[in-house]
Design a protein around this ligand. Structure first.
Ligand SMILES: Nc1ncnc2c1ncn2[C@@H]1O[C@H](COP(=O)(O)OP(=O)(O)OP(=O)(O)O)[C@@H](O)[C@H]1O
Length: 323
């Protein structure tokens, strides 16, 4: 049975390889000394797609992203990022990639505009038809709400303003592929919302591919076309947030009242159930509410299953469920 499940994962992987992939990873392994952090990670990101990589603390998200960025050497596996093995990426390849890491704390004495402008110049020789590089510094700062800070030194900024500068530095080269490692940590709700709109704009207007790590599941649900869950050294789930929420055996809860009496019913198909309710009771149905399982519940369930010792089985069971 376990073999059949493993084969179904393999089929999923074999058929899931898109022609226009920005990232393709097969059998990625990473050991730190004797500690095995990644134990055969397979993942893809198609061009123009926003992919969220989720997983508990220490799961290996940053390690994975750093390998894809070419900042860390892997122990084994095949990795292709924009047609190149990141271990051999040259300057031109690097200029096509944007990186927003977890909290840079250097360049404190630089002024915001000067730093972003300086980073932008690095990208100028790599401009391409239809993809002028870099972004206009002032336009970029304005789109990130940093106009007022543009002549301030980085050390005088608040944490959230500093984070926006990190994002500006990741974006200034108008990347084809953008890595965002916990991009909205420390941003206030307005800045967070502005950032989400910016990501939508980037993918809509520039067809940018985005790989983002986050612990904010609502953010993943809002931004990502596809969610990957990394746990136990493997990708244990891969699908849209909606698709994931409809899996792992969780049901939606429908609550309603008829004649002042409240009812609750759990169902796999809330749309059909609600239609049935209206057929039976018509306008007598009041206070109708449908609670779908959230990505958070699905996530916790999958991570728990993976961490209870058998990530391979959790991945195989997941693949079986989405077949
Ligand atoms: N340079 C290193 N040397 C040794 N071990 C490391 C190194 N970097 C990371 N690790 C270990 O590898 C594991 C994965 O770390 P990583 O930072 O990739 O996880 P993460 O999923 O990004 O975690 P978080 O959500 O906390 O940011 C952790 O157990 C960490 O302690």
């Amino acid at each position: 049975m376990a073999d059949a499940r493993a084969r179904s994962v393999a089929r999923e992987v074999a058929h899931g390889v898109p022609a226009e992939a920005a990232i393709t990873v097969r059998g990625l392994r990473m050991n730190y000394g004797t500690t095995e952090v990644l134990r055969g990670v397979d993942l893809t990101a198609r061009r123009g797609e926003v992919v969220a990589l989720l997983g508990p603390n220490g799961a290996g998200k940053t390690t994975t992203v750093e390998i894809l960025e070419g900042f860390r050497a892997r122990s084994a596996g095949e990795v292709d990022v924009l047609g190149t093995d990141p271990a051999r990426g040259d300057e031109r390849w690097r200029s096509r990639i944007g990186v927003v890491m977890q909290s840079w704390r250097d360049h404190a004495a630089w002024k915001v505009r000067d730093l972003v402008d300086h980073f932008g110049r690095f990208h100028a020789p790599y401009a391409e038809p239809g993809r002028p590089r870099p972004y206009d510094t002032d336009e970029l700062l304005a789109s990130l709400g940093l106009e007022e800070q543009s002549h301030k030194r980085l050390r005088t900024l608040s944490g959230g303003q500093r984070r926006r500068v990190d994002v500006a530095l990741g974006l200034v080269g108008r990347p084809e592929l953008l890595f965002l490692d916990e991009p909205t940590t420390g941003l206030d709700p307005q800045a967070r919302r502005d950032f989400h709109e910016l990501v939508h704009r980037l993918t809509d207007e520039d067809d940018t591919t985005v790989l983002l790590t986050t612990h904010d599941l609502a953010e993943a649900e809002k931004l990502a076309d596809r969610v990957l869950i990394l746990a136990g050294g493997r990708i244990v789930a891969d699908g849209s947030a909606d698709r994931l929420s409809s899996l792992v055996g969780m049901q939606s809860e429908v609550t309603w009242s008829v004649g002042g009496v409240r009812h609750v019913h759990a169902t796999d198909n809330p749309a059909r159930y609600v239609a049935g309710l209206y057929r039976e009771h018509g306008d007598a149905v009041t206070d109708l509410k449908v609670l779908r399982p959230s990505l958070e519940e699905v996530y916790l369930d999958l991570v728990q299953r993976s961490e209870s010792g058998d990530a391979d089985r959790a991945a195989a069971e997941f693949a079986e469920e989405i077949r």
